[in-house]
Design a protein around this ligand. Sequence first.
Ligand SMILES: [Zn+2]
Length: 264
Amino acid sequence: MFVSLLRKAAALALAAAMAVTGAAQAAAVQVTQRTILPGTTYETTLYVIDSGRDGPTVWVSGGVHGSELAGWKAAERIARWSIGRGRLIVVPHANAPAVRQERRSATGDPDLNRQFPKRAGESAKTPLARALWEELRRYNPDWVIDLHEAMGNNNLDPGSVGQSIIVYPTSRMVSVANRVIRRINAGLSSTQKFNLMRYPVEGSLADAAGHVLGANAAIVETSRTYGLSTRINWHLQIMRYLLEELDMEPETSSAAPAASGTAA
Ligand SMILES: [Zn+2]
């Protein structure tokens, strides 16, 4: 009798423990990978980091221009981040052949960042832009951030976009970008500081996301006059601040360093 009661208590305790574990698993972050344009030269991986809890959907892409290394190397690491709320969609190597060649565009290809729809009803112009555009429409992100680099520095040459966040100026995008800029600039000199600029170039991924999809969209541009690890860290810091401003509770410190070259 006593033994059977003990057994019963143990079974109940086990059931309770399993229920708790089950609840924890239900809220656990799920990472899934999808392959875009499989079997082609443009084949690349899209990561969906789903917190399992309500919150915004944020798209982050790197490598639209393969020569802008800090953007895609930062995106490789962001693909390993975790979040407590919402959903993070990461495409580290949006233009895989350009990334492999470390060129703005792969040999023979047009500039990918001019191939996206300029207005509703228009389609993207190349197979790669069409495939990426299809993914953007599938996830319909609230926020779209495309990571880039420039040769110059806007603080020294107003004609350059280096050290800026170029927004498609929805009021939400402007206010979040301003808060992010205030935070990152607190640790930067007057020549390193980031500036808010507006209107991503027509036909760019960010312009299409803002203009056609109605997302809060921006391009982050670091200046290639600074060292690579500094630039990567600026991209990571800006993305972390942005996710924090959106209450997505990003966990970036425990993230394993990304393998260089192609992501898994
Ligand atoms: Zn670029």
